[in-house]
Ligand binder design. Sequence first.
Ligand code: AMP
Length: 189
Amino acid sequence: MDNIVIFGAPGSGKGTYSAALVEKFGYNHISTGDVLREEIKAGTELGSIAKRYIDKGQLIPDDLIIDMLASVYDTMREGPGVIFDGFPRTIVQAKALKKMLQERGEKISVTLNLKVNEDVLMERLLNRAKIEGRTDDNEATIKKRFNVYYTQTHPLIEWFKKEGVLSEFTFRGDKDKMINEIIDKVASI
Ligand code: AMP
């Protein structure tokens, strides 16, 4: 099965491009952010821990995310593939993902790195705040999330490169063109 990592800064369109891949290829989709927001809504213990970090723009501790991810992945083994959206976000998570997949006879098929100019990212996130009302989509928290992205997540690009799974896509103002480029890449793996 295909194991696709979709990767990029907050607001880079991970959810949008994941939805296009789900529609085209029938993949299952794991968004760790969505899973955590569901846990918060359901009032679980994990949700209440997660909320403290999310509202501050910080990452949830690796061990909590890794355990959660493996159990969700195991419910999706029957389909054509899985998209990992918002995971991994640290080197520790990337190594854990590699190991989790290896233990199941699987591997990362490709990592799609979405490259988007920071002004565009900020504008998109502030717009999303008006539509979705996410508690972490305000200017101060967005800035913290960018900072977390550049310090903890961006270094993963080198790791993906070394693993030989990195594929990069630059947004130049045309979402549909970007969707087509991504679909072409995934169709070729
Ligand atoms: P997202 O919806 O992907 O933007 O995630 C929203 C928030 O959920 C992040 O700012 C983190 O606080 C938390 N989160 C989501 N995925 C992860 C992850 N893989 N590791 C740690 N925290 C995460």
